[in-house]
Design a protein around this ligand. Structure first.
Ligand SMILES: [Zn+2]
Length: 445
């Protein structure tokens, strides 16, 4: 019996042999002639190829001769199911977009089935783009969680709170109760975690924010909220509360290392300093901010101050891609230009923003975000033999500046291969396509 168990473990051992490995930790390193060993769900070793073959003689070899292997990308802010509203309403300002288009469509159509189908479609897109973790904020987290488990994708789901009633919940008490029920449903599930997701300062009362803080401490989870997205949000807060949103949230105890501040477009120097001193994490979503003309977040200044900045796509209704490679490239270009300094957010730093920084914000840096042995094997292989990435001096530079999501070829999550040679193995393409067309007909009708 013992021998059999041992054999089973050996069968599950895989040696990945990519041309290059960018482990992210240690920082700014590109390894060649190295192998990454997966045992069950974990990274067992990262070592020279010759040594790997000696130490693991019976392991299955996975040849990746033209590929760079990186940690799976972490999408630090998304509303996955909103992919079903992709392209439904473009070219409008945030409040018009929300009030006249998104919120009415949500009130009419969004239910448990919509969220399941939309999340599955979004996850198929994200997996094929090398994204292994998503920090998601949406209604019906139970449906989102079921979709994530089908897709085999890692997700932080939100206990979603907003002050007004919806089809999902009639009042604040019900939002909390339903979110907590979803959290209990998935307790012990290694791919899923939870955050508290109060929507934004302009949709959440002081009393509810206080309740969020208490519960976040009790559950030991992050607080995921939109903050300082538009100038109008700040003016509204000054009018209603006599302070800017960040100061109001600070007074309510929200500003702490638990806080994932999404957008943070309009932050002055003292606010950046305050966030840095209080360990706030920022989820930077540059495409959404540009598309809704909200502005450009000063992330070079934030990083200089010591703020941990991760990258998010936001929902596909305001992006309209769930593409972390494109998002990260845009982030670097904007950071360089707004700082007036081309040395800002160099390639390795950008890869870190798209991986370990997101993991840190979620409190998951001990499990994912880099290729340190002992962490879960969440991995993305990008094929770099296309003519568009020739010649090739530095793989890190090409990952950020020249390659795209179409070159993502293989993805593993907790050691399970979920994408192989550009094919998503866990999601049935025909099923998802049929569901997308079904919802399109309903929303357009
Ligand atoms: Zn958002």
């Amino acid at each position: 019996v013992r021998g059999f168990v041992h054999l089973e473990v050996l069968i599950e051992t895989q040696i990945l042999l990519p041309r290059w490995i960018i482990p992210v930790e240690p920082a700014r390193v590109t390894l060649v002639e190295h192998a990454l060993v997966i045992e069950e769900s974990r990274i067992a070793a990262l070592l020279p190829m010759t040594e790997a073959r000696i130490r693991y003689p019976t392991a299955a070899e996975v040849s990746l001769p033209e590929h760079v292997l990186i940690p799976g990308l972490v999408n630090l802010h998304c509303h996955a199911a909103m992919v079903l509203m992709r392209g439904l309403s473009d070219d409008t300002p945030l409040m018009t977009w929300l009030n006249d288009h998104i919120w009415p469509a949500e009130a009419k159509h969004v239910d448990a089935e919509f969220v399941h189908d939309g999340t599955l479609l979004a996850m198929a897109e994200m997996l094929s783009a090398g994204i292994t973790t998503v920090n998601d904020m949406y209604w019906y987290p139970s449906s989102g969680g079921r979709a994530a488990l089908r897709a085999g994708m890692r997700a932080a789901l939100s206990i979603n709170i907003i002050e007004f009633p919806s089809r999902y919940a009639a009042n604040v008490d019900e939002y909390f109760a339903k979110g907590l029920a979803a959290r209990s449903e998935f307790a012990g599930e290694p791919l899923l975690g939870f955050t508290l997701g109060p929507h934004a300062p302009y949709t959440i009362s002081d009393a509810t924010f206080r309740r969020v803080v208490t519960l976040a401490e009790e559950l030991d989870v992050p607080i995921h909220t939109h903050l300082h997205e538009t100038q109008a949000e700040i003016e509204g807060s000054l009018k209603e509360h006599r302070v800017r949103p960040l100061e109001r949230l600070a007074n309510l105890g929200v500003v702490s290392p638990r806080l994932i501040s999404v957008h943070s477009v309009h932050m002055d120097a003292s606010e950046i300093d305050y966030c840095a001193r209080n360990g706030v994490h920022v989820a930077h979503c540059p495409t959404s901010n540009l598309k809704l003309a909200s502005g450009i977040a000063p992330i070079a200044a934030m990083q200089k101050a010591g703020i941990n900045v991760g990258i998010g796509t936001d929902g596909a209704a305001s992006n309209n891609r769930l593409d972390m490679m494109a998002e990260t490239r845009l982030a670097t270009l904007l950071a360089k230009c707004t700082a007036g300094d081309p040395t800002v957010m160099a390639a390795h730093e950008a890869i870190a923003a798209a991986t370990i920084n997101g993991a840190r914000a979620l409190g998951w840096a001990d499990r994912i975000g880099s290729l340190l042995p002992g962490k879960d094997a969440d991995l993305t292989a990008v094929r770099l033999d296309d003519l568009s990435v020739q010649p090739l001096y530095q793989p890190a530079s090409h990952l950020i500046n020249a390659a795209g999501r179409a070159q993502v070829s293989d993805v593993w999550i907790r050691g399970r291969r979920v994408v192989e040679s550009h094919q998503v193995l866990t999601v049935d393409r025909q099923e998802v396509l049929a569901k997308a067309r079904y919802w399109q007909a309903r929303l357009a009708g």
